[in-house]
Design a protein around this ligand. Structure first.
Ligand SMILES: Nc1nc2c(c(=O)[nH]1)N[C@H]1C(S)=C(S)[C@@H](COP(=O)(O)OP(=O)(O)OC[C@H]3O[C@@H](n4cnc5c(=O)[nH]c(N)nc54)[C@H](O)[C@@H]3O)O[C@H]1N2
Ligand SMILES: Nc1nc2c(c(=O)[nH]1)N[C@H]1C(S)=C(S)[C@@H](COP(=O)(O)OP(=O)(O)OC[C@H]3O[C@@H](n4cnc5c(=O)[nH]c(N)nc54)[C@H](O)[C@@H]3O)O[C@H]1N2
Ligand code: SF4
Ligand SMILES: [Mo]
Length: 880
């Protein structure tokens, strides 16, 4: 039976509503945007649209495992509880830890935090949000006395100027970006400024791109504060009535404009234009993300931005304010429950003895932790050093995503007890677990998440659980009960947890804390199931929620006034030197989500960037002898990786960019976390993931090649491999340092036992030039091809890939197979640009040429490309 269920996207913090048509019988979904959801009004990006492709059961963790063997829930849960109890008895409560994730639902997160901080009695619950939002949290706390995002998405249309700072929203918050694009199209006077060392897809709508020097944001905004003061562009009444510390902040902000431009690596006129625009507009929004947060001066950067908004009174009003874009679907929810190790719960933390006492009384526990636990980087160091004996990792993949990731790997290898809850079986982190706990994934689990604008939405179950998978909250409460905390963890369903969370938020609150959803404390299950997206707070004063904070100029500091913070700009901690002369910047791609455990299941999402790469400026390419589309090895003091070279002027000279996504599941040498330095911000403890000194050199294998195969293969140990799933095909990019003795034998060995039926072989060999090509056809269908080259170039893969979707090969196609090029008259579509409608680069180029298309709208009318999620529009424009 088909039913339609409203739920929320499990990827980014935009928090889009989804309307899912569910076909239980065939385990299929038909996904569309929920037109009634205020985060997206029906729009979805490529990742949200492809969710239906990710719900397959292949690759899922379906059964609990203990030391590699499938077992029962009882045994697995007993072992987790026993291991924790034993470690605590022997070494104390601080010898155990939970490392959670902004991808847990609020209910999961709440019970994990309650277990560790309330009942085990240690602060050792931290989360991957430490790598993501903690500088924003710390900056908000310093300025506002609370971790509050003041504004909302409706402000986009009302703003006169929007600044994207260290945010590639075009790829990372695509639906919000499209909303900003539409706002600009409706109001061309809306100024857009992008501040990012790279020229990104987000620059597509920018009036000004400031390609600043890595890490120099605080200086840039300090300079702005000083300029605003010089120009009398301040809101002096606001500063006087609602803030403190202005004089001190201004005092350290003054710097000669030339020097400043030099420090920031910016053109003086560009800098001036930005300052003039900011001073000349009342309604300015500063949207910021990881280019700000992931920095050893991340907290200062955040405050330098907030300072400028306080100075102009552009906060708490429509169309303006600092706005931290949250990354994960429940980054905000994690902050609500207190998932970071210095937080307690419901926006209370360990810095306040009253908070500790209050939460202890509410939870009715005598054992509450009294001090913060380890933050993420320190936590894994403590594991490495043997100070933590048992760790439970939930919903995150630290062997990839933490800095100095090889050390993280070693730490887990050394750790006495490692439990991992995940919905996917094979990840770089599950590989190191003693106990694996199968979690229900999106489409099975049920609960709430909170997006960037404080809006709480329901994720609803669409299917019955895969295998024996259980909700995270259930797994956690089962362990808690086994540890002797039955009373406090007696929940039967998520609504009971949500009610308790809501009650705690209102407990002795009386307007003291921003986070208050006490209106939900008595919610019925029926109301919970029907919960409509609502922005917190939701309490007596705001029964329907609240769009904006600070309209009244009242803040949550002791004095009720916002605090200016005097910021002294610093350079990143580790600067390039002779040995490691380049800066490694890391970040995201449009169609992949973090460590790819789910997005790489969707063939459609793998087309945009099928292989890990490194972006290099042409001058650096020349200097280091790098050739486009060949391989490079990149090394830092800590580790190395190999990636395909892309030469581009969008990169600054002296810096490299690599995507964060590739893991050991998808590439032999692509795990970039191994290189990243583990330097952290002294206040927020957030790692400086955007700045690691590295060196690069050409990687010169003896041979390169690729295999395309209908079936998944295990290829005998080439030095370099990347695997990617396509439409009915797996693509392997390969390179090796030694030539096999005999290519024919090599091909037979790697391809042969992969299919039944009678195979026909086509082969071509040019031993002199080191070329080998072969194809296997089984029952008229293409089964696999292999192309190897020692010296010459390899053909493009697109046409060959497309042959795998054919039931039968035509004669001309068979004949052309080993040339790698389509027979005359057949068109190659090129690399897929529009993932939503599967439109390739060559198709677009041809249409532009032949039909004289001028705008991306023309291309949309002609080919549909760019008309769904719109995130490929920048690339279409580049082709135009
Ligand atoms: N497609 C996709 N979308 C995602 C995610 C994903 O994995 N894939 N993940 C989600 C998550 S959890 C997060 S946190 C967000 C992250 O969203 P973003 O922060 O937008 O993403 P990043 O690519 O990590 O980094 C943003 C930009 O910061 C720039 N940058 C580097 N150094 C500096 C600097 O010193 N100053 C400034 N101003 N900029 C700098 C980088 O060049 C990069 O373009 O995305 C969310 N959305
Ligand atoms: N160098 C560098 N490093 C970075 C960043 C960067 O920009 N550069 N960005 C940082 C940021 S902002 C972030 S947010 C992190 C993200 O990094 P991670 O959190 O490590 O990455 P994910 O791939 O999102 O990991 C989520 C895991 O949870 C599993 N999972 C999914 N749903 C569920 C569920 O319902 N329950 C359970 N138990 N498991 C589930 C997934 O299969 C996956 O294994 O990376 C950080 N690391
Ligand atoms: S913008 Fe895309 S990834 Fe983010 S919530 Fe919306 S559909 Fe999901
Ligand atoms: Mo994130």
């Amino acid at each position: 039976m088909n039913k339609t269920i409203q739920t929320t996207c499990p990827y980014c913090g935009v928090g889009c509503g989804i309307s899912a048509k569910v076909d239980d019988v065939h385990h299929r979904l038909n996904i569309s945007g929920d037109t009634s959801h205020p985060a997206n009004f029906g729009r979805l990006c490529s990742k949200g649209s492809a969710l239906g492709e990710t719900v397959e059961l292949k690759g899922r963790l379906l059964q609990p495992q203990v030391y590699g063997r499938e077992t029962s829930w009882t045994q697995a849960l007993d072992l987790v509880a026993d291991s924790f109890i034993r470690a605590i008895e022997k070494y104390g409560a601080d010898a155990v830890a939970i490392y959670g994730s902004g991808q847990l639902l609020t209910e999961d997160y709440y019970v994990a935090n309650k277990l560790m901080k309330g009942f085990i009695g240690s602060g050792n619950m931290d989360t991957n949000s430490r790598l993501c939002m903690s500088s924003s949290v710390a900056g908000h706390k310093r300025a506002f006395g609370s971790d509050t995002v003041p504004g909302c998405y409706d402000d986009f249309e009302q703003a006169e100027m929007i600044i994207l700072i260290g945010s590639n929203a075009a790829w990372c918050h695509p639906v919000s970006f499209q909303r900003i694009r539409a706002a600009k199209e409706a109001n061309p006077a809306l100024k857009i400024v992008v501040i990012d060392p790279r020229r990104t897809a987000s620059c597509d709508i920018a009036d000004l791109h400031l390609a600043l020097a890595s890490g120099s944001d605080a200086a840039l905004f300090n300079g702005l504060l000083h300029f605003l003061s010089e120009q009398n562009a301040l809101d002096s009444a606001y500063i006087k009535t609602h803030t403190e510390g202005f004089a001190e902040a201004l005092d350290v902000a003054g710097i000669d404009r030339e020097q400043l431009a030099d420090f920031c690596g910016l053109d003086k006129d560009d800098l001036q234009r930005f300052y003039d625009w900011f001073a000349g507009h009342k309604k300015v929004m500063s949207l910021y993300s990881q280019g700000i947060n992931q920095s050893a001066s991340g907290t200062d950067k955040v405050n330098a931005i907030i300072n400028c908004h306080l100075a102009t009174g552009s906060i708490g009003k429509p169309g303006c304010g600092p706005f931290s874009l949250t990354g994960q679907p429940n980054a905000m929810g994690g902050r609500e429950v207190g998932g970071l190790s210095h937080q307690l719960a419901a926006h209370m933390d360990f810095s306040n003895a009253d908070d500790i006492d209050r939460v202890a009384r509410f939870w009715n526990t005598a054992n509450i932790a009294q001090k913060p636990g380890y933050s993420a980087v320190d936590l894994f160091d403590a594991i490495y050093d043997g100070n933590i004996k048992a760790v439970w990792i939930m919903g995150t993949n630290p062997v990839v995503s933490l800095p100095n990731a090889n050390k993280v790997k070693l730490a887990l290898q050394r750790c006495e007890f490692v439990a991992v809850s995940d919905c996917i079986k094979d990840t770089d982190t599950t590989a190191l677990a003693h106990v694996l706990l199968p979690a229900q994934g999106w489409s099975e689990k049920d609960g709430t998440v909170t997006n960037s604008e404080r809006r709480i939405s329901r994720q609803r179950a669409l299917f019955k659980p895969a295998g024996s998978a259980k909700p995270d909250w259930w797994i956690i409460t089962q362990v808690a009960r086994r540890m002797g905390f039955e009373q406090a963890f007696h929940y039967q369903s998520p609504v009971e947890i949500f009610r308790e969370h809501a009650a705690l938020s209102g407990f002795e609150n009386n307007g003291l804390r921003d986070f208050d959803i006490s209106a939900f404390a008595d919610m019925t299950r029926h109301d919970y199931d029907g919960l409509q997206p609502t922005q917190w707070p939701v309490n007596q004063a705001y029964p329907q929620g609240r769009a904006r904070f600070f309209e009244d100029g009242q803040f949550f500091t002791e004095s009720g006034k916002a605090q200016f913070i005097a910021v002294t700009p610093r350079r990143p901690v580790n600067l390039p030197d002779q040995t490691y002369p380049l800066i490694l910047n890391t970040g995201r791609l449009r169609d992949q989500w973090h460590t790819m455990t789910r997005t790489a299941i969707a063939a459609q999402l793998n087309q945009h960037k099928p292989e890990s790469f490194v972006e290099v400026h042409p001058v650096d390419a020349e200097r280091y002898g790098l050739v486009a589309n060949t391989l490079a090895s990149i090394e830092s003091l800590l580790g190395a990786m190999i990636a395909r070279i892309q030469i581009t002027g969008s990169q600054q000279q002296g810096s490299l960019f690599v995507p964060m996504h590739w893991t050991e599941q998808y590439a032999s040498r692509g795990r970039m976390g191994a290189l990243v330095n583990a330097v952290v911000d002294p206040l927020s403890k957030q790692p400086e993931s955007k700045h690691t000194p590295v060196r690069i050199k050409a990687y010169q294998p003896a041979w390169q090649g690729f295999i395309l195969s209908r079936r998944e293969l295990s290829i005998s140990d080439p030095d370099y491999w990347v695997k990617m799933k396509g439409e009915q095909v797996y693509r392997y990019e390969l390179a090796g340092m030694t030539l096999p003795e005999n290519w024919q034998a090599w091909a037979q060995q790697n391809l042969c036992d992969s299919a039944g039926g009678t195979a026909q072989w086509q082969e071509y060999q040019d031993a002199a030039r080191g070329n080998y090509r072969a194809a296997r056809i089984v029952n008229h269908q293409l089964e696999s091809v292999v192309f190897i080259a020692a010296e010459s170039a390899l053909p493009e893969r697109n046409w060959l890939l497309s042959l795998f979707t054919k039931i039968e090969l035509e004669k001309a196609e068979r004949m052309a197979l080993l040339t790698g090029k389509p027979p005359l008259g057949v068109v190659d579509v090129g690399t897929i640009v529009c993932a939503c409608f599967n439109v390739g680069e060559l198709t677009i180029q041809n249409a532009i040429r032949e039909q004289g298309l001028k705008t991306h709208q023309d291309v949309g009318v002609c080919l549909k490309a760019g008309t769904n999620c719109g995130s490929c529009v920048p690339e279409i424009k580049a082709l135009l």
